[in-house]
Design a protein around this ligand. Structure first.
Ligand SMILES: Cc1cc2nc3c(=O)[nH]c(=O)nc-3n(C[C@H](O)[C@H](O)[C@H](O)COP(=O)(O)O)c2cc1C
Length: 250
């Protein structure tokens, strides 16, 4: 069984590919029950993007609420990040330990950057986006094999620089002060197509007079911003001219 979360499609693609190669059932975390019907000898995998040098809060909240009649026999996660995962594994493992579960393996993959709602954060160049995707595509069969073999004590992570400071000092500040949907707005090129509402993984957008209104339960995945066909969604002035990306965008 694989549980995944994805804002802009990178992690969805990884999750779908692994589920395919492993012949596993796949569930989208925001729409899944935390009462998991794990079968005898079934493994449990998670796929998610790195948000602020850790698993997204909504993934950790899900882990906290999880319950099963049958304990999974092998537990792994694969995270996608723009650059670095820092202490993502430690944060995830700690949550698991609190449930009496042990993480057996983890994997970390660099995929195209999606975060643009902070000054200085920008997308990759298109050649870099393609290079990252092709590198991961070529590596996924290896990851599949390691999971198939139920390799234990196997922890891959891209630490990056100053991981301790980023995960344990900057991350709480990011959640406290940066994540809010108050600064999302539409410019006058909004056509009222409603795609933003459809692609919001948390159903945090309502349409009023065909225009989006954000409802206060945002995780800054940037899906609405990146998918808008006319680039009419902006985050204050920070996103101006930064371009758009989502997995599969032509
Ligand atoms: C809110 C947010 C926070 C992010 N934080 C990090 C980070 O700490 N480190 C990193 O390397 N990439 C970070 N990224 C980039 C994503 O992890 C990366 O682009 C990921 O592949 C996006 O996956 P998705 O398309 O499945 O949403 C962040 C992206 C978002 C939207």
């Amino acid at each position: 069984m694989i549980l995944y979360y994805s804002g802009c499609g990178n992690s969805r693609w990884v999750a779908e590919t692994l589920a395919n190669q492993l012949q596993e059932r796949l569930f989208f975390i925001p729409e899944s029950t935390p009462n998991l019907d794990v079968q005898v000898d079934e493994s449990l995998g998670f796929v998610f993007p790195v948000y602020a040098w850790a698993p997204p809060k909504l993934v950790l909240d899900f882990v906290q609420r999880m319950s099963f009649r049958q304990r999974p026999s092998y537990i792994w996660f694969a995270c996608t990040c723009g650059d670095e995962g820092a202490f993502t594994r430690q944060v995830f493992s700690r949550k698991m330990r609190k449930k009496g579960l042990l993480l057996d393996a983890c994997f970390c993959m660099q995929m195209p950057e999606t975060y643009v709602a902070f000054p200085g954060f920008a997308l990759d160049t298109p050649p870099n986006e393609r290079r990252k995707i092709e590198t991961v595509r070529a590596d996924l069969p290896r990851v599949t094999q390691l999971i198939k073999n139920r390799t234990r004590n196997h922890y891959e992570m891209i630490w990056g620089t100053f991981p301790l400071i980023k995960t344990y000092l900057l991350r709480p500040l990011f959640y406290r002060f940066i994540i809010t949907d108050r600064h999302f707005r539409t410019t006058n090129v909004c056509t009222g197509c409603g795609l933003c509402k459809k692609v919001c993984p948390l159903h945090n957008i309502r349409l009023e007079d065909k225009h989006p209104v954000w409802l206060g339960n945002c995780t800054h995945c940037m899906s609405c911003y990146h998918h808008c066909p006319t680039n009419a969604i902006q985050y204050g002035k920070i996103t101006q001219g930064k371009g758009q990306y989502y997995f599969g965008k032509k």
